[in-house]
Design a protein around this ligand. Structure first.
Ligand SMILES: NC(=O)c1ccc[n+]([C@@H]2O[C@H](COP(=O)([O-])OP(=O)(O)OC[C@H]3O[C@@H](n4cnc5c(N)ncnc54)[C@H](OP(=O)(O)O)[C@@H]3O)[C@@H](O)[C@H]2O)c1
Length: 390
């Protein structure tokens, strides 16, 4: 791959922004309307790109299938590396066009040896050692290493505008327990994994993308889905938090597409992949998400944090109670990524697509029922909480 001059591209971007600061947003809306991956179809019809060979460590769960769909649409070829256990639930047919390598990041990297790729995307990095081993193994055979990190590297979230150069969490304080320990451990694992990538590939060949909560079709976690399901049903809806409590989230497809374009542009560096485009409060989020549906809605705002704590409502992603170590969890800056080309689908599009996927064969009836009324289902307790609120 030929290295592009970053300074001239930066200058070009700065001039474009001066000429019309709204262009990136207009562009995002244009590209997002209509069917999924309109941008990919557009590009592949015109065939303007040089094809790349991309290896995805992972690729079959949530983020991976969307990366594959977009990359294939732009003329690239894909190899995946997994244990062969997780089956994709979306874009299944596309996997016929993918080279599927089998191994295990714990102890079997044979399939990756003596091969060459233009770029590797490390989605499945769950242990620092896994990333250290693959970065070491691939550094002389692959040009770029893109590591899928997380905004969790900023935990605890103290800032009000958390930028990429914020000091990252590199160890879990002794004596930390429970939920807090989980948050620390995850952030530390991601931050130390990032460091291993930079150590092996150097800053010029490392792309670090830090997504916030990713939402969209194929999600394996039942957290954001609360809102599409609940808002579609309509009626009296519990809305936790204050109207302006900040929320952040991003459509998984926007992350996938941004990553592929960063590889195409050889745009080394660290990027927070965070939406929406500009600051959003909880109530604005609810209304924008509900725009996907036409159900009558009566919102009941529960803005008393103490009451919510008593009811064990600390978060319904993207709303996280903005207190203590989570005060700035939805105040992560996306300025650098937007300047570098991160675009956003409209929220109603995302919610609509999630609803379609949730009611498709990709999701089991058992999973749907569990969300509505399972033993831990918040939705099942909503009426009770509203009654207690009065
Ligand atoms: N979800 C969010 O909101 C969020 C937010 C920020 C960051 N992230 C990060 O985003 C990344 C995306 O995860 P994803 O699940 O969507 O990625 P994915 O690439 O779609 O799937 C993960 C893959 O890892 C493979 N895998 C698991 N254990 C393995 C092993 N021992 N050896 C080899 N392969 C293994 C799985 O296949 P097999 O089971 O077949 O091996 C699966 O293909 C993660 O790093 C996560 O930390 C997520």
């Amino acid at each position: 791959m030929k290295k592009k001059s970053t300074s001239s591209r930066r200058q070009f971007l700065q001039n474009s922004l001066k000429a019309g600061a709204l262009l990136p947003f207009l562009g995002a809306a244009h590209l997002s309307l209509g069917k999924e991956s309109l941008s990919a179809d557009f590009i592949s019809e015109k065939k303007p790109l040089h094809p790349l060979k991309i290896l995805i460590l992972g690729g079959t769960s949530f983020l991976g299938p969307h990366q594959i769909a977009y990359a294939l649409g732009r003329g690239h070829s894909i190899s995946t590396f997994t244990r062969g256990k997780t089956e994709p639930t979306v874009h299944k047919k596309l996997f016929k066009k993918v080279e599927q390598l089998v191994g295990d990041r714990n102890n079997d990297l044979e399939a990756l040896k003596n091969r060459k790729w233009d770029a590797v995307i490390d989605n499945s990095g769950r242990e620092v050692k896994w990333t250290k081993d693959t970065a070491e193994l691939l550094k002389d055979h692959v040009d770029l290493y893109l590591y899928t990190s997380s905004t969790g590297v900023y935990y605890p979230y103290w800032g009000k505008d958390i930028r990429e150069d914020t000091k990252l969490v590199t160890e879990t304080p002794a004596g930390t327990e429970g939920e807090e320990k989980f948050e620390y451990d995850y952030g530390v694992m991601k931050a130390n994994s990032e460091a291993e990538v930079r150590k092996a590939f150097g800053k010029d060949r490392s792309i670090i993308v830090r997504p916030t909560y990713m939402v969209g079709p194929a999600d394996r976690l039942d957290r954001f889905i609360y809102w599409p399901v609940r808002l579609k049903r309509g009626g009296k809806v519990m809305v936790p938090g204050k109207a302006d409590d900040p929320v952040q989230y991003i459509d998984v497809r926007d992350v996938a597409e941004f990553m592929i374009r960063q590889i195409e542009q050889r745009a080394a560096g660290d990027y927070n992949a965070v939406g929406p485009a500009s600051a959003q409060g909880m109530h604005a989020f609810i209304h924008a998400a509900h725009a996907a549906f036409s159900s009558p809605l009566e919102l009941v705002a529960i803005d008393d944090y103490e009451f919510l704590k008593k009811q064990h409502v600390h978060y319904i992603v993207p709303w996280i109670m903005p207190e203590g170590k989570n005060a700035g969890s939805a105040l992560v800056s996306n300025a650098r990524a937007i300047a570098q080309g991160l675009t956003f689908r409209p929220l109603a599009r995302t919610v609509w697509d999630i609803d379609e996927w949730w009611h498709s064969d990709a999701v089991s009836e058992e999973r749907r029922q569990k969300l509505l009324a399972g033993p831990e289902a918040l939705m099942g307790r909503e009426a009770e909480i509203l009654a207690a609120w009065g």
